[in-house]
Design a protein around this ligand. Sequence first.
Ligand code: C2E
Ligand code: MG
Ligand code: MG
Length: 750
Amino acid sequence: MRAYLKQPLVISTLVAMFCGLITLAQPLDQGYWNTRYRFGQKPAPQSVVLVTMDAGVNASDREVARVLNAVAAQHPQHIYLDRKTYTASPELQGTIDRLGPKLSLVARFAKLDRFDEGSIALPPERVVPQSRLVVSGFVSNFLGYGVSSVVEAQLGGKTYPSLAAAIANRSGGPGDTVRPDFTVDPQTVRMVSSDVLLSGAGSQGALTGRTVIVKEPRSGFSDLVGYFAHRRVDPVFLDIALIEALREGPPIDIDWFVPIVLCTVMIFMTQQVRSRRLRRMAYAVIAFNILIGPALLDQVGVVSNPAAAIVELASFAGIRVWTKWRQAVLQTSRSGLPNFLTLTQTPLPPQHDVIVAVIGRYEEFLATLPADLHGECARQIARRFAVGCGARDICHGEGGLFAWIEPTRPLDQQIENLEGLRALFAAPLLVGQHVFDTNVHFGLERNHEFDGLTRVNTAVASATEALKRGRTVELFEAQRLANAAWELSLLTRIDEGMRNGDIWLAYQPQWDYREGRISGAEALIRWNDPVRGPIRPDEFILQAEQAGRIDALTYWVLDQAITATERFNALGPTFQVSINLSAQLVDKPSLISSVAEIVRRRGIDCRLLTVEVTETAGMCNRPAAIRNLQALRSMGFRLSIDDFGTGEASLSYLAELPSDELKLDRRFVSKIVHHERERHIVASTINLAHALRQIVVAEGVEDLSTFELLRQLGCDVGQGYHIAKPEPLELLLSRYATMAEPGTARAQKR
Ligand code: C2E
Ligand code: MG
Ligand code: MG
């Protein structure tokens, strides 16, 4: 029943009925009829002539008597005297008596809509016999426009005809009302002024055989009444329009109710039409009928008020458009399933988890399916989820994403459930003739304090992560949201950090065994974020790489390192500074031009700079990388293979790269004292490097015995905490001149 009440047609009919009942749509009706009667107006009946009293409202009885006599002299068919009040002065009384049944007096109801004794002042019996009295009064709409009039009035047990009914010679039943014929143009009513009449100039015979209404002018707001398409007029014009209506016969008044019924029936029938085009045409016909119909019916004497039906049609169309729009927005186009926005439309119920499932290789499978089966495929998957988890509404995002909510359970139980749900997908999907082996991954979100949209989005991120990592379920930790926000503003933060000194370079000295001195240093980036504290370089460098910001960072490092090189070399013998080049950047076409630009600007001797490269999977275009490195080398840079022995293809790198130096990874170096295997690896790598005319730098020299053993193995350069930790440039510069061999008496004293 409730669902039925939500039907657009039911709602719009109820709205229209409500508007009709409490006359809420009257302004619309008013507008409608005002517009309608601007067109197709006809002249007023010429058998009625108005004689207006030029003496004004306060015309004396003598004046009135003179005018009446002048009118009577022209032998009209009948005279009506329309005054506000009637007194029985001898002058006027004489005329009234003399004219006898040729003269009637008009008494008007003072208030619109009130037709009782209290609102009318009838002339006393001694002025005129009651049989010679007629009345006039109008029912008005909310703007004071006369919309109908009584045909006769019952006052004090007597029946008085209305002015119009008397002129038209019609009678009506008690309480009958008639709508004036508003097509009568009040401006065409024949009028003669009393002055003209009394002077006799040109008015001879104008009244002969006609019905004459002698009236005082009216001008006060309350004395006038609204006339459709003509603002406020003297009520006598409405009387004349009423005469015409009475002559045409009593109209059928269907008011607002019948139009609503007709509109409802027409909409209902149109809804049954299957063809969309025909349906549209039918709606257009309904609209046309509702707008033009009442005007046409009015022509044939059927009075209606179309506003409520217009309200019905407009609200029906509005509800339809709105539901269609909602459907389009809230449903996935192909599957017809609700989409993810549905989940965020209303607040999520408390203590519910958001679960997003992603179907692996879904897009690939769709590519092999005919387009008309795409929706079926999604619906089948949704059914399987619904069966497995018991959720009623499974939402479908674009791609292979599905989402629903479930009451929160203990985590292990929830994960177990999802594992079970995954097992449901072990059986392949059969869509049409196509078989689809699926695997499904879940993102689980249970941060109830977040808003719906954030929860759905983060569950999607977790599901995607689970798919990427090949896990069944990925739980979204609240901390990750904070991290995500931080990561998303990384670019700005890096720029800011480089500007304000939060990002800086530490220099770790390198000991040259052959020369017995510090012969260089590696520039290592540092970031002290005011909020997060120190951030490890390998952490933010990876993020910078992913965010495409690594180039700016690397060029900044190069520029800083050049300054350091200049300062070290100003202090003594040749000093090498090494910088690390990200694998992401090595194969970029712009690398060489950017580096060349910096080198040219700074005027540095590139032979003092070493570029360390690591072999990682991040490098996409190997030949381009090799070309770039060769170009760097021909500019004068020394090349070093960093972390040798840990990359994916260190040896082939060694073979292909025109390198000068090989850096042994600390994972081997730190074990050479106690582990024979690592010692052999390091020893033979040193020999290999020497055979290829490379010098060897050992990383991670943490103690004296390692330091000494490396010397014995023929290592050329050592770097590690035993020699010195990475430190700020100024500190290292100040110590550099006095730095002795680690482990010697001088060094130990320090
Ligand atoms: P890496 O190039 O292999 O740098 C050597 C790392 O070993 C540095 O870590 C250094 O502090 C650390 N280290 C030095 N001696 C010792 C030791 O005796 N024992 C131990 N346990 N560690 C030692 P850090 O500074 O954390 O840098 C890590 C990595 O970040 C670097 O590895 C490098 O790959 C990358 N990185 C640092 N700065 C930059 C840079 O400016 N650009 C790029 N692209 N990468 C950089
Ligand atoms: Mg390095
Ligand atoms: Mg290294």
